[in-house]
Design a protein around this ligand. Sequence first.
Ligand code: G3H
Length: 490
Amino acid sequence: MSSFFNDIKEERIYKFFSGGKWVKSSSGNLIDVLSPIDNSLVGKLQAVTEDEVDEILEQAKRAQKKWANFHLEDRAAILKKAAELLRTYCDEITEIKVLEIAKTINSAKSSVLRSADIIDYTANQMNIFNAPYDLAGGDFSPKAKNKNAHITREPLGVVLAISPFNYPINLAVTKIAPALLAGNSVVVKGPTQGSICTAMLIEIFNKAGVVPGAISFVSGHGATIGDYLVGSKYIDMINFTGSTDVGKNIAIKAGFKPLLLEMGGKDAALVFDDADLDLAAEEIVEGAFSYAGQRCTAIKRVLAHRDICNELTKKIIEQVKEKYGIVGDPRLIETQMGPVISLRQAEYIEAMVKEAIGEGAKILLGGARRGNYIDAVVLGEVTTKMRIAWEEQFAPVLPIISCKDEEEMISLHNQSQYGLGASIFTEDKAKAYEVALRLEAGVVQINAKSERFPDSFPFLGVKDSGLGTQGIRWSIEAMTRIKSVVENKS
Ligand code: G3H
């Protein structure tokens, strides 16, 4: 690691960041970060204590006032500097990230560069603040003609940003950049796997010039320190990405704090009988299997019209073979997707697939497992009685369900507890739009896989998939409140 990151660690022991300083925890407890690639030790994290959390938060509270007093242009310039540094140290961060979470090098790198673009784009959103506007009461009622409201936006205070293992840089940046531009302090709690590169990211914001205390980094087990952070009176807003169970727990523990949550999903690809099946297969395979299916927006089920289901399935299998070199033999297992994050997750996936087979589903491809490496599984003859049809797998497993018509697809789509993204494949754009409006999902793609990109678009989930709307502009709005000053003319 280059000297730029000297302060964040001693040997392979990483520190937490409090009040503008990298420090070791008084707990003396360390948490191992093990690589999913080969179970080797990547580094150790501090298990921060409750007292240390209080100290971080008190400093964050004080620093917020100072940071908010910076001119908006100066905060934006510091963000731009951070984007520049992120590009400069992209390769170094990528290297650690690949070890921590086992993304392929290209995908790990492109998501760091995408994060730098997000920071730049956020810094360019100053117009959200620069345009206070006046409302004339007389427009509403003659009785209010002497009243004028002057409307501006102000920061909420201390934002708690909790990011997941699958995008430790990117999904931290989508929270940090809008929070800081708006004049909030931000306290970042990273995932265990992914926290080392998160620490590198925090150092980038620190060296870019964010005032000491206005950005902090906490490491520790979510179940202990996470709950304590969430419940703290010093936290004014929480932006979380992770599982639905954890998100619901946060909502219970948070009390009366504004929440912005992106949680689980069971994104479906609805493939109609008039779809371009080559395009659909290509998008579905990319959507289902990139990063071994460990994305909130991964395609987690296919709802295919029965007239094209077999042909589509054949094309999906060809695509998987071509892209991932699947051999389906446990002795020869070979994958371009990388392993899943842990052995526990691999075992959970295997059990769910075995259960589906016991109930009549057929493995059409893949399924071999060696440790936490799994050959991409294409699962046919899946019925709605099976758990795999409804539960989020977060894995390289694609269940295909044959449906009698579009109405059945819409109905099965909407019976899910989730509603993050969805995709519709059809040549009939008008029908696609009509169906899109009937799907209970935050974002519906027409003729493409579901995804969050571009980051300037609104991104949200309905039902158990989320609360509030993210996306650069919407995240800034969620991290600020309106101030209305009413002038009364005599
Ligand atoms: O994993 C959750 C992410 O928000 C999904 O983002 O569509 O860029 O993969 P993505």
